[in-house]
Design a protein around this ligand. Structure first.
Ligand SMILES: NC(=O)c1ccc[n+]([C@@H]2O[C@H](COP(=O)([O-])OP(=O)(O)OC[C@H]3O[C@@H](n4cnc5c(N)ncnc54)[C@H](O)[C@@H]3O)[C@@H](O)[C@H]2O)c1
Ligand SMILES: O=C(O)C[C@H](O)C(=O)O
Length: 326
């Protein structure tokens, strides 16, 4: 049996937390041979509810769960963390864009970035889920100067999974037939789900759908899916968000299949002409606990324009929080 790894989850008493923790503890995220210690962080008024979640975790008698701590202190919450899932933040309501949350949530990520810098493992893998996820990841990363910036990522896997299903349903195929999906940019309404390199049943997706559906149905449906769920449920996506967080960390830690990639919000190194240092979603291959941006994909004028628009939005978000970026 491997020795346990420490997984910090913030906002652990919230909606996503409730769908996420039990799957981490059951081995869905890191494999069924990897014991975990859960370090649950939330704010002081949520401590009683969090205690209830801990009681339920106990009551599952998970063989892989080697310990659970609950705290409202970020310094304790991130102590020696090997993985950190930053979920805790306000969620948007109807009629809001995710960037409307910047002011309410940005401070959380500067405090937590500093706590990660001071207390987490030097190899900690950080996934930011709380919105606006990419810019919150940038804030955390910039407040953790002693950690490799590549270790800070933002969740785009929900968008990636949404795009896979929309395409499978349109083409009457199984999700297992879809490969090489890419969602570029920001987890926002400017994100660009790109089918030009995607395959359905091993053949180019764009030969199997028409351009009009792609432009007027597919792209807006994926871009607006979060809002559609808020409208229908009266609350933002939770189980599918937790599932995407599991998928993101699992790919990063355990690798992507040969010749396949996933979409991850990662530190831009200037690939595809995207400004260095933004947390931008690229197609990524993962192996040996590391990720790399897939190079050399076909990017025509249609794609280039949309990749730039979402980059521009991320630059504006970055400028809006520059007081929090050391
Ligand atoms: N990136 C994505 O794809 C994606 C998908 C779904 C939701 N989200 C975002 O995830 C976040 C959480 O969503 P939810 O539905 O679980 O919300 P929720 O309101 O149910 O839970 C949020 C939890 O965070 C806690 N929290 C607030 N401030 C905190 C702090 N400083 N430290 C630790 N915990 C803190 C709250 O007390 C609460 O328990 C929201 O910002 C939402 O918009 C992102
Ligand atoms: O849309 C939201 O605000 C929640 C989440 O980011 C989502 O995409 O479902």
């Amino acid at each position: 049996m491997k020795s346990p790894v420490r997984v910090t989850v913030t906002g652990a008493a919230g909606q996503i937390g409730y769908s996420l923790l039990f799957r981490i503890a059951s081995g869905d995220m890191l494999g069924n041979d990897q014991p975990v210690i859960l370090q649950l962080l939330d704010i002081t008024p949520a401590m009683e509810a969090l205690e209830g979640v801990r009681m339920e975790l106990d009551d599952c008698a998970f063989p892989l769960l080697a310990g659970v701590t609950c705290t409202d202190d970020p310094n304790a919450g991130f102590k020696d963390a090997d993985y950190a899932l930053l979920v805790g933040a306000r969620a948007r309501g109807p009629g809001m864009e995710r960037k409307d949350l910047l002011e309410a949530n940005a401070q959380i990520f500067s405090v937590q970035g500093k706590a990660i810098n001071d207390h987490a493992s030097r190899n900690v893998k950080v996934l930011v889920v709380g919105n606006p996820a990419n810019t919150n990841a940038l804030i955390a990363q910039r407040n953790a100067p002693d950690i490799d910036p590549r270790n800070f990522t933002a969740m785009m896997r929900l968008d990636h999974n949404r795009a896979m299903t929309q395409l499978a349903q349109k083409t009457g195929s199984s999700i297992n037939d879809i490969s090489h999906m890419t969602v570029w940019g920001n987890h926002s309404a400017t994100q660009y789900p790109d089918l030009f390199n995607t395959h359905v049943g091993g053949k180019p997706a764009m030969d199997q759908v028409d351009q009009e559906w792609y432009e007027t149905i597919f792209i807006p449906t994926v871009q607006q899916r979060g809002a559609a769920i808020i409208k229908a449920r009266g609350a933002s996506s939770a189980a599918s968000a937790a599932n995407a967080a599991i998928d993101h960390i699992r790919s990063w830690a355990l690798g992507t299949p040969a010749d396949e990639w996933v979409s991850m919000g990662v530190y831009s190194d200037g690939s595809y002409g995207i400004a260095e240092g933004l947390i931008y979603s690229f197609p990524c291959r993962c192996a040996n606990g590391d990720w790399e941006i897939v190079q050399g994909l076909d990017v025509g004028d249609f794609s280039r324009e949309r990749m730039r628009a979402t980059e521009q939005e991320l630059s504006e978000e970055r400028d809006a929080v520059k007081h929090l970026l050391p």
